[in-house]
Design a protein around this ligand. Structure first.
Ligand code: A2P
Length: 264
């Protein structure tokens, strides 16, 4: 079966990696939803799904209006059981997207359980994260249902062209995490120069670079003004020249690898 993404994934989501469970996370998600975000990205490993669920409930929005992603922690054994625990914490009967967080223990073993989670209706779509070209080939070889998404570290400094091509050729959507390089790219001189020329902020330029290619981004922030700033990326375009300047910042040599230093 083709890896279809059931329901449209909004191009901008709020990422909550490294946001502590509790008021900080509840507030960030509430502010995002109030500002107009309709996509939140969490994970079992982040330990803040309950705060995401609380914010979702407090927002008063219909569940169907918000795209929720969570990720299977591959240190656990059973993607189905783990999904059921996530759903309880999130206070919902399904997630829109459920990803294998990283190919821990190999790229294949968790996939049948992910497919089962989708069959049971726990997840509308299933996919992977931090999978490189070879991992995508391995999981594709055993998949009855193809991954819909590969969420990877992707920004102008990590412009993994070969991995992007590998995703496209398998009809897998690439989703970009750390689109601001966990904040480090915001002070880069080239990014700042493009921002100056465009009359936008560095964060908006980095996010626009991805969404202009149709690549979803999930910037993290716990500051209300930044959460709102990061949403203002659909009312301007980067010129071809600006895109090319940003493309040239790549430090990976256009790699097909998902990460330079895997942590598993
Ligand atoms: P904070 O959460 O304190 O606002 P990434 O999404 O690449 O992981 O980057 C997240 C980092 O970038 C966080 O440290 C976040 O800080 C910071 N950040 C997010 N949006 C902005 C922004 N618009 N301006 C400045 N810093 C930002």
């Amino acid at each position: 079966m083709a890896g279809t993404l059931d329901g449209t994934m909004p191009l901008l989501g709020l990422g909550v990696w490294q946001v502590p469970d509790g008021p900080e996370c509840v507030n960030a998600v509430r502010w995002a939803l109030d500002a107009g975000y309709r996509h939140i990205d969490t994970a079992q490993a982040y330990r803040n799904e309950a705060s995401v669920g609380k914010a979702l409930k407090e927002s008063g929005l219909d569940r169907a209006e918000v795209f929720i992603t969570t990720k299977f922690f591959p240190g656990a054994e059973d993607p189905v059981r783990a999904a059921e625990q996530s759903l309880r914490r999130l206070g919902t009967d399904h997630v829109d997207l459920y990803l294998v967080h990283w190919p821990g223990g190999g790229p294949e073993w968790a996939w049948p359980g992910m497919e089962r989670a989708a069959e049971l209706g726990h997840a509308r779509s299933i996919g992977v994260s931090n999978f490189d070209e070879a991992d995508l080939a391995s999981v594709s070889a055993i998949a009855e249902r193809m991954p819909a998404v590969n969420q990877i570290h992707f920004n102008p400094f990590a412009f993994r062209r070969a991995l992007l091509e590998a995703c496209l050729s398998r009809n897998i959507a690439l989703e970009a995490y750390s689109p601001l390089g966990t904040g480090r790219l915001l002070s880069d001189a080239t990014v700042a120069a493009v921002a100056e020329d465009t009359g936008r902020t560095s964060a908006q330029v980095l996010l626009r670079w991805a969404v202009q290619r149709g690549i979803p981004v999930i910037p993290k922030s716990t500051h209300r003004n930044r959460i709102e700033e990061n949403l203002q990326i659909f009312d301007f375009e980067l010129s071809e020249e600006a895109m090319a300047r940003l493309d040239a910042l790549d430090r990976t040599g256009g790699t097909g690898r998902a990460l330079e230093r895997p942590w598993w």
